[in-house]
Design a protein around this ligand. Structure first.
Ligand SMILES: NC(=O)c1ccc[n+]([C@@H]2O[C@H](COP(=O)([O-])OP(=O)(O)OC[C@H]3O[C@@H](n4cnc5c(N)ncnc54)[C@H](OP(=O)(O)O)[C@@H]3O)[C@@H](O)[C@H]2O)c1
Length: 278
């Protein structure tokens, strides 16, 4: 698609910005669906977030923002309306600008992750899940897993209090899910996942130990850069099934586009999962 005076603009805001993969994927989605819009990267430091949002309210051709680390939680306080997905998760990954210049926050991280899991293992009702992390993405995933009907969620986080708080929140909202905290040596789980940032940087250690996991356990990671994280490489070496982070994003592209006000006319996700879930 050529950019013209009619093109709607979506900014992805992050700090740092160089590692983000959403522009390539979202622009490909817009192109494939004939949508006259473009995603551009915007490197925004935390201390500038409020000023940036205030200024961007005035850009009428701006459809909204895709939001990633480290802004997902702090930006909520700067938004005017919160959809349930953002309110429950306490974090947002996409913000729509209304014609009046208001910001509406939503969150599709959890939906995207659960869909990528379902692609791999089928319905996850009744499954037991180990999750490392209690940040913005982990929160969204925890509630979506619970909503999908898992039976047990064990959370490990470097800051233990955050894991405990998340487990309590999930248990309160979904009394049917046995949610609690745990350590770094998971054993008896159907699914074990990394929802931390550990694995992003070269030389990062594995966020948890896979040695004790059952041989039928699936190991998943949310990290997109690199796709084959040290955790997934170790799991594959052990012969476990793995699920990489790109499926989670692919499943969110249509949701982002529709939430930002674009009409998506065909079964856009029909081929999206091909080759991205392993
Ligand atoms: N695949 C996708 O579509 C997709 C989409 C969005 C994001 N992501 C990925 O999701 C990941 C998490 O993002 P987020 O927004 O949740 O970040 P966040 O809110 O900053 O949370 C970071 C999490 O990582 C933990 N952590 C950070 N450094 C650690 C360390 N050295 N050792 C142990 N734990 C550590 C934090 O623990 P504390 O609470 O102790 O700080 C926290 O649980 C990122 O890697 C991002 O790339 C993937």
């Amino acid at each position: 698609m050529d950019i013209s005076g009619h093109t709607r603009v979506v900014c992805i805001i992050a700090d740092p910005i160089g590692h983000v993969k959403t522009p390539e994927h979202m622009n490909g989605f817009f192109r494939d669906h004939g949508i006259d819009a473009v995603v551009v990267p915007a490197h925004v430091a935390p201390q500038d977030l409020a000023a940036v949002l205030q200024g961007l309210r005035r850009i009428h051709s701006l459809a909204g923002l895709i939001v990633t680390v480290p802004h997902k939680i702090d930006i909520l306080a700067l938004c005017d309306h919160h959809e349930e997905s953002a309110r429950i998760a306490g974090a947002t990954n996409v913000v729509r600008r209304t014609p009046e210049g208001l910001w509406v926050a939503a969150n599709f991280d959890g939906m995207g992750f659960v869909q990528s899991l379902v692609d791999r293992v089928g319905p996850i009702q009744g499954k037991s899940v180990y999750m490392a992390g209690a940040g913005g993405v982990a929160r969204a995933i925890a509630f979506s897993l619970a909503d999908a009907g898992i039976s047990r969620l064990a959370i490990h986080n470097r800051s233990e209090a955050k894991a405990a708080e998340l487990a309590r929140a999930v248990q309160r909202q979904y009394p049917g899910v046995a949610a609690g905290t745990t350590g770094t040596h998971p054993t008896d789980f159907d699914i074990a996942l990394n929802a931390t940032t550990v694995g992003l940087k070269p030389g990062d250690a594995e966020p948890f130990f896979i040695d004790g996991l059952r041989s039928d356990c699936l190991v998943a990671d949310v990290i997109m850069q690199p796709l084959m994280t040290p955790l997934l490489a170790a799991a594959r070496k052990r012969g476990l099934r793995i699920c990489m982070g790109d499926g989670m994003l692919k499943h969110q592209l249509r949701a982002f586009a529709e939430f930002l006000g674009f009409t998506v006319t065909d079964g856009a996700l029909a081929g999206a999962a091909d080759g991205v879930i392993r």
